[in-house]
Structure formats: structure tokens, C-alpha cells
Design a protein around this ligand. Structure first.
Ligand code: PBG
Length: 331
């Protein structure tokens, strides 16, 4: 406990020089803090810029090895993959999610062949595969049905694990999916495939640019409030995390990031488990637009927001700024 007071105690002494600030820093960013989300598209030698995400593109399978190498060379430990499924393959039953040669499975293999030293995380949810853009299956009234969705999500996770995914990340928010996926992975010999549960995922207005990137934006009927969490709630996030851990999640995630720092801090304090945070597409866009409008220095905005996650207790951050940040830290 601090007993001294001014003038014997002067807090500014600790801020008086760069070396002093560096010596006293409680938190630091390192490239190994970042997971880099990458969008995958069909075709060959293809880069499709995502309109709402300046500087972010979808890449065809043959270009992914190069991207993964760039990330690994910067010290980024893991890539998260998201597909833009061709239009004609999106159906009400999301069957393309179970195709062993779908974009995601081919992407996993391409990255594992080219850069075995980088981890691959895949999203378990049906929205890039459904004609209606929801993360699960819907009934005739348009309601997302839980248990039938879990069955197909389990199959999806197995298909991804067989293709070589290191971490499967259920982002669908169905009840009971983590336990069902864990049991199936154990049964099928995938003991080493980890589960990062999107445990506290909010029904957020910050996902818009992502939905453009995976092509679900125009097609989504209604909203996702019957399965994603109400932004009003924090206690409920702790229950969600507790449940997912009890069902066998290895790591948990809070999403979005900056508007939910209180949740990140509480989850980390309450459970002390690896706690990741997703700085989502709308947050990325917010920084890019602010910088482009001259409202702040881009590099400084990137590093300050990422550091805030570390200060709140995050183990790591999924961020579209991963490469920029790794370069900034290194340079
Ligand atoms: C879908 C999914 C979403 C994101 C990751 N997985 C969007 C959604 O729930 O609608 C959002 C990521 C981002 O905005 O960057 N299962």
C-alpha cells in the first residue's frame, strides 16, 4: 500500500523518460498476441478487396500460403479462416459446410502444406453457407432451431478437424454445441484439436463489414438476437463462459472487443482461463475511417486499442490489424 504523498511522491518521476516508461510498462504488445482473420474466395490468383474494410481482401486458395508465410515471419502464431462461399452453393441446409473439399478445407490444407509452423483456427457456424445468412438452420417461421443446428455444427467441426484445423471456434451461439463438439472430436481421434468458444458473443452492430466480406450481408433475414447476447448484459456473459468451460472449451472469447472491455476483464478475473477477444470488422473500420478523416494517427490508434485489450486481461486478440501491429511493434 502506498503511504507517501506529494511532494515526496511525484508520479511524474515514473514518466520522465522513454526508458523509464518502458521499464515501468505493466502491459506490452507482442506479435504472438495476435490471431489474423483471413477471408477466402473461390478462383485462382485472386485478390478481392472488401469494400467496407479498406486494406482487407479475400484471397484465393493459391495465394494463402504466401499470406500465411508473411504472418508467420512477423511472429503471428495463428490465422483464423472465413470463406466467401460461392452463391450457388448456399442452401437452406448449409450442406456445403460439410463438403470435405469446400473452400475452408482446401484453405486449411494449403496453409498447412505451405507453412506448417502457423496455427489454423476455423469458424464453426453456418452463416457463410446458408441461403438465409443465419448461423444455424431455420424452421418454417424463420426461427433458428437449436438442436438440429448443433448436429450439423458438430459435423462441420469434424470436417474441419479432419482437414487439419488446430483450433475450432464455434461462433454460432447455439446451446450445448461445445459439449457436443468436444465429445465428437474425442470419439473421432481429434484429441489435440482445441476449442476456442465464442462464449460471450453479442448481437452487435459492429459486424456489418464482416458480413459483406463473407457475402451474408444482403441475405440475412431479421437479426441474430435470438441467439447472440443482448448488449445490455454482463452477468449473463459469465454464465455463458462458465457453461462453455464446463462443456470442455479450452479457451474462451469475448466479441466484439472495445465496447465490451468490462466483460473481458470480468471473464479473465472470474475464471483465469485463456481469454481471447475479437476486435471485429466494425471496430477495424472505425479506426480506419477515423484515421482517414484526420481524427487520429492510424498507427497510434491501432496500438492503443490493442494494448487496451491486454490491460483488460486478454490473452490474445483476433484483429484485422495483426500484420500492421506486428510490424509497428517490431519496427
Ligand atoms: C459468424 C461470425 C461473425 C463474425 C465472426 N463470425 C458475424 C456474425 O455473427 O454475424 C464477425 C466478425 C467481424 O465482424 O469481424 N458466425
Amino acid at each position: 500500500m502506498t503511504t507517501a504523498s506529494f511532494p515526496s511522491l511525484r508520479m511524474r518521476r515514473g514518466r520522465s523518460a522513454k526508458w523509464m516508461r518502458s521499464m515501468l510498462a505493466e502491459n506490452r504488445l507482442h506479435p504472438s498476441d495476435f490471431i489474423w482473420p483471413l477471408f477466402v474466395c473461390d478462383g485462382r490468383d485472386c485478390e478481392q478487396p472488401v469494400g467496407a474494410l479498406a486494406g482487407v481482401s479475400r484471397w484465393s486458395i493459391d495465394r494463402l500460403g504466401g499470406k500465411a508465410r508473411e504472418a508467420a515471419d512477423l511472429g503471428i502464431p495463428c490465422i483464423a479462416l472465413f470463406p466467401n462461399t460461392p452463391e450457388q452453393l448456399r442452401t437452406d441446409d448449409a450442406r456445403e459446410a460439410l463438403n470435405r473439399e469446400n473452400l475452408i478445407c482446401s484453405a486449411i490444407k494449403a496453409i498447412k502444406d505451405a507453412v506448417p509452423r502457423i496455427g489454423v483456427l476455423t469458424d464453426v457456424a453456418l452463416d457463410p453457407y446458408t441461403a438465409h445468412g443465419h448461423d444455424g438452420l431455420i424452421d418454417s417461421h424463420g426461427n433458428v432451431i437449436n438442436d438440429e443446428s448443433v448436429e450439423i455444427l458438430v459435423q462441420q467441426a469434424l470436417v474441419q478437424a479432419e482437414a487439419g484445423a488446430d483450433i475450432v471456434a464455434p461462433s454460432d451461439m447455439m446451446d450445448g454445441r461445445v459439449g457436443a463438439i468436444r465429445a465428437a472430436l474425442e470419439r473421432e481421434g481429434h484429441q489435440n484439436v482445441a476449442i476456442m468458444a465464442y462464449a460471450a458473443k453479442y448481437a452487435s452492430a459492429f459486424y456489418g463489414p464482416f458480413r459483406e466480406a463473407v457475402g451474408s450481408l444482403g441475405r440475412l433475414k431479421g437479426d441474430k438476437r435470438s441467439y447472440q447476447m443482448d448488449p445490455a448484459n454482463a452477468e449473463e456473459a459469465l454464465r455463458e463462459v462458465e457453461l462453455d468451460l464446463a462443456e470442455g472449451a479450452d479457451f474462451v472469447m469475448v466479441k466484439p472487443g472495445l465496447p465490451y472491455l468490462d466483460v473481458v476483464a470480468r471473464v479473465r478475473q472470474a475464471f483465469g482461463v485463456p481469454t481471447f477477444v475479437y476486435q471485429v470488422s466494425g471496430e477495424y473500420a472505425m479506426i480506419e475511417h477515423a484515421a482517414a478523416a484526420g481524427a487520429g494517427d492510424r498507427d497510434a490508434l491501432i496500438l492503443e486499442t490493442l494494448l487496451a485489450f491486454k490491460r483488460a486481461g486478454a490473452t490474445g486478440v483476433l484483429t484485422y490489424h495483426a500484420l500492421d501491429a506486428a510490424r509497428l511493434i517490431g519496427g
